[in-house]
Design a binder for this molecule. Structure first.
Ligand code: AMP
Length: 229
């Protein structure tokens, strides 16, 4: 199995709605990085009605985590197909559990020659997450999944109401962004975040705490500085 020469990586660790997807999409469009979003991959499977999609549909709709084995298979396949020569890679919403983090470490040791991994911990109060997710709209085109906000003060509004600026598809609210599911997702995030941070510390990953309440430009600037761009 050949080694991959991509040298920079972010692991985005943060509650749903903290901004992981938004900043991933900025790094993809501005700097040609690649984004591995296990959430996006799961949603694509569901939209395409694959066997895997049928198997994970319930977990996603109810805000629970998908089985580690399923996620790890997805990630290995994605790495084989997508990374190649990208200047950087963002792991968005992966690893989510200690089992995934251990396998992630094995994967980068086996597949990457000199990858510098920065863990980005997005800090934001739950009350703000609830407000953001209730106003979040996502592109219904599963190949796009661009993210928008209806919040008055947001810089992420779509130009045409309810339509994606990038591909023209209709915007919708994700099933799991509905208030009854958000509480479960937040609880799961908090349960796993500290053990993951402890694991990263023990394995000498560099961890950066980011104030995810700051304006988009400020957070973007901080991320670019960390990435050395
Ligand atoms: P996200 O788009 O990252 O908020 O993920 C949406 C949903 O997909 C989560 O609530 C989980 O049900 C599932 N999911 C995404 N990534 C993972 C992962 N790494 N491990 C387990 N489940 C995941």
């Amino acid at each position: 199995m050949s080694k991959i020469s991509t040298q920079k990586a972010f692991i985005f660790l943060g509650a749903p709605g903290a901004g992981k997807g938004t900043f991933s999409q900025i790094f993809v469009s501005k700097f040609g990085w690649v984004q591995l979003s296990t959430g996006d991959l799961c949603r694509k499977h569901i939209a395409q009605g694959t066997d895997l999609g049928k198997q994970i549909d319930f977990a996603i709709k109810s805000g629970k985590l998908v089985d580690d084995v399923v996620i790890i298979d997805m990630v290995s396949q994605w790495v084989d197909e997508h990374i190649k020569m990208a200047p950087g890679i963002i792991f968005d919403g992966f690893p989510r559990t200690l089992v995934q983090a251990r396998l992630f470490l094995e994967l980068i040791q086996k597949r990457f020659s000199e990858l510098v991994v920065n863990v980005i911990q997005f800090e934001i109060p739950d009350s703000l997450i609830i407000e953001r997710l209730s106003a979040r709209k996502t592109c219904s085109n599963k190949q796009c999944q661009a993210i928008y906000s209806l919040l008055e003060q947001s810089t992420q509004k779509s130009q045409k109401n309810g339509i994606c600026d990038k591909c023209g598809s209709v915007l919708m609210q994700r099933e799991d962004d509905k208030s009854e599911t958000v509480a479960a997702r937040l609880q799961i995030y908090h349960q796993h975040a500290q053990p993951l941070l402890d694991f990263y510390k023990k394995n000498n990953f560099i961890i950066h705490r980011i104030n995810a309440q700051a304006p988009l430009q400020a957070v973007q600037g901080e991320l670019e500085m960390i990435a050395g761009i």
